[in-house]
Structures are given as C-alpha cells and as structure tokens.
Design a protein around this ligand. Structure first.
Ligand SMILES: [Zn+2]
Length: 409
C-alpha cells in the first residue's frame, strides 16, 4: 500500500496522508479519481476494527461506507462528507504534500473537505480506542463528486426515498440514521440551513446580417441588455425584499455573457447564465418555471429561458421533533467544548440538503473556513481540527464521552 494508515496517530498526520492521496474531481472525464482515497479510508477504518466497503457509483468511482457498531445497532448516526476536491491549477502551495506552518496545514482539500474527514476519522479512532462502543452505530460515508454533480450522495440515497429502505438490496447506509452530520468547513459553527441554487441560460436570437444594415432587424445583444436590466431592476429587488431568518433573502445574479460572431456581423445569438440562490420552501423547478413565464414574450426580441443545467436544493431549517432532538444533541456536544450551540445558516450548498430530503435530520459541521475552500493557498487551522474531533467524539460516544476522552492519548 502506497500510504500507510499506521503513520496516522494524530489528526495532523492523518490529514497530511489524506492530502497525499489526490482526489481531484474529474468533472466529465471517466476517471476513478476518488477511489484511491476511498481505499485509504476503508483501510484506516478496518484498522480501527470497523467494517468498511467500497460502493461503485460510476466509472470505477467509489463511495466508501464504514460502520462502527454501537450499543444500539438498529439506528445510526451518519457522518457524511465528500472525497473529491477541486482542481489544483494556480495553487501557491504544494497541493499533495502537506506543509505545516504556524498551526496551519496547507494543501488541496485541507479544509474542503479532508479536514472534516480527518475530524470524523479521528473521532472514530478515539472511540474505537476507548473500548466503549458508541451509543448508536456510527456509519461514515465518504462520497464522490460533491464538487460537480453530487453523484456520490445521490447514489447513497437512491434507496432511502420515502423514509424507508424498502427497495431491493436494502439501504446503502445500513441502520436507519437518526441524524446526519455533513462534514464541510463551517469554522466550527453548527449550520442548520443553507441555500440551494438553480442555474440556467437565457438566450436572445435575431436574423443576423451585415452590420451596416441594422435597420429593422432585432439585435439579440440589445434584447439581452433589456433582460439583464430587468433582472437587476425588477427581479433581484423583489427577491431582496424577502426575509429568511437564517439564510437571508434569495438572490439572482447574471454570471456569464456571450454573443456575436464578428465585429462587422449583426449577432444572431446572445446568451447569459444566471445563478439564482433559493431558500427553504422554494423548489428549483418551480423557480425556473416562474422565471421563464415572466421573461418570455416581455422583450422587444425573442427570448428563451433554457431548462436549468444546475439544480441543487436548499437545506431548510428543520424544527420538527426528531430533527430538533438531533440538532439539540449536536448543539450540546458543541457547548460541552465551549462552542456556540446556536444553529446558523449559510449561502452555499452541501450534501446535507439531499440527505435531509429523504427524511434524515441533517446538520453541517466541520473545522476550517469556507473562505479558504477552493483557494490557491488552501489551509486548515489545526486547532480547529482538534476542536472538531472533540465535539464529534462527545456526540458519538454520548454516555461514554468522558471515558472516550480519558482513554485517548
Ligand atoms: Zn466541500
């Protein structure tokens, strides 16, 4: 084996090993990019006495699912994070050779999301070493493709729909989760809600022709200028007037524009891409349909709002009984280590929204700052890795938390 799990007796050493196994999302290429990391995680978990298996999603790309039996085995706490990272082009630090300076560990994925993965694994290592089984079974999932098309979490949950694993082959998770902690950098905050997103393209078209003869011809660049102005002056302010307590108002921005074929040719087509951030209760498909109905037919030239090419769901605040219980349990684990137990909302998406839609209460928690994610100098504050490991150990061990803490070291 290329990377040894035996060298990982601190969170820092473990994170360095996770970074040394590249897992850059291959986007549309058919490469098994995350599988070596899935194998490393499975090895690490087996070394702790857990069972672990790889679950192929597509093109040899595998999720890893590892289980630590608890005193109760009919229910589990799900720890889910993603194995993939974004690209490394333009990085100002070595992407796959971790460097530690001033309490920070640098490398691709240090905070998004190998830091949270290291916290999950370190907490499991402490509990396994304590000799006291966790209160409930713990299932750790490292999923592929969170940075692109969410194929890993979608595959994981395909048999969970409707709140029961009634499909042939049974649940891919195992015991029914009482709740999920999704590992992403949250600066040790308890994230209980986040926005979703709908992205689509809006195109205007015209007949084209010689640019010296524009009279009477629709110019799609001018049509889209009207559209962009309308989105900015009418649609965006209407969204901004909405109040959402945890995540703020939904937003709409134009993020890309292209059009025209030459300096002396009347354009035949102009296109913009919009990024519409949704809040809990907004379904992306309905948001798109309403925008299409509002825009098409309103302007001086033909406009078409294409089907969304990216859809992700919002994580709504979950305040029913079971979800409130689970969130409160995570909050108590944070409070036990001097951290703020009050749930907050963020603007970006995570796998938590997909997990929550199958009826599993879901929160997002992890070491590291989102402002460091995807950056050329990505790093993790190692003190946060230690703190996150403490919180997770307390959460999972529950009644045996004290023993688990005493026995480590
Ligand atoms: Zn992430």
């Amino acid at each position: 084996m290329q990377h040894s799990v035996l060298q990982c007796n601190t969170g820092e050493a473990l994170l360095a090993e996770l970074i040394a196994v590249p897992s850059v999302n291959p986007r549309e290429s058919a490469l098994p990019a995350e599988t070596p990391l899935a194998e490393f995680v499975a090895d690490y978990c087996r070394h702790l006495g857990m069972t672990a298996r790889l679950d192929e999603v597509t093109d040899g790309r595998c999720n890893v699912v590892a289980t630590l039996p608890g005193r109760r085995t009919d229910e589990c706490v799900l720890l889910e994070t993603h194995l993939d990272t974004v690209e490394t082009e333009g990085m100002t630090v070595a992407p796959f050779t971790a460097q530690v300076r001033d309490g920070r560990l640098y490398g691709r994925g240090a905070c998004d999301a190998k830091g949270p993965l290291a916290a999950f694994l370190s907490a499991l290592a402490r509990i396994a070493a304590s000799g006291h089984p966790p209160e409930r079974t713990v299932v750790l999932v490292g999923a592929i493709d969170e940075e692109h098309r969410y194929q890993g979490v979608t595959h994981l949950l395909a048999r969970e729909a409707g709140g029961s694993a009634a499909h042939e082959g049974g649940s891919r998770i195992g015991p029914r989760p009482v709740g999920a902690v999704v590992g992403e950098p949250t600066s040790l905050c308890l994230v209980v809600a986040h926005k979703g997103v709908m992205r689509c393209r809006i195109a205007a078209t015209g007949p084209g022709g010689h640019s010296s003869l524009p009279q009477g011809r629709v110019n799609p660049v001018e049509t889209l200028a009207e559209v962009v102005g309308y989105l900015r002056d009418e649609v965006a302010p209407r969204l901004a007037a909405r109040h959402e307590p945890l995540v703020g108002a939904p937003t709409l921005v134009v993020t890309q524009i292209s059009g025209g074929s030459g300096p002396n040719v009347l354009p035949e087509r102009c296109e913009v891409t919009i990024d519409r951030r949704t809040v809990g209760g907004e379904e992306p498909e309905q948001v798109w349909r309403a925008l299409k109905d509002e825009l098409e037919g309103r302007f001086s030239g033909p406009v078409e709002v294409a089907e969304p090419h990216v859809v992700d769901y919002a994580l709504p605040a979950q305040d029913d009984g079971a979800a409130a219980d689970f969130t409160a349990r995570v909050g108590r684990a944070l409070a036990a280590h001097g951290l703020d137990p009050v749930g907050v909302g963020v603007g970006h998406g995570t796998d938590a929204s997909k997990i929550c839609r199958t009826g599993i209460p879901s929160v997002v928690f992890g070491p590291g700052s989102m402002t460091e994610a995807h950056t050329p100098g990505e790093f993790l504050d190692l003190a946060q890795l230690e703190a996150a490991t403490d919180v997770l150990t307390t959460l999972l061990a529950d009644g045996t938390a004290g023993a688990a803490r005493e026995d480590r070291g």
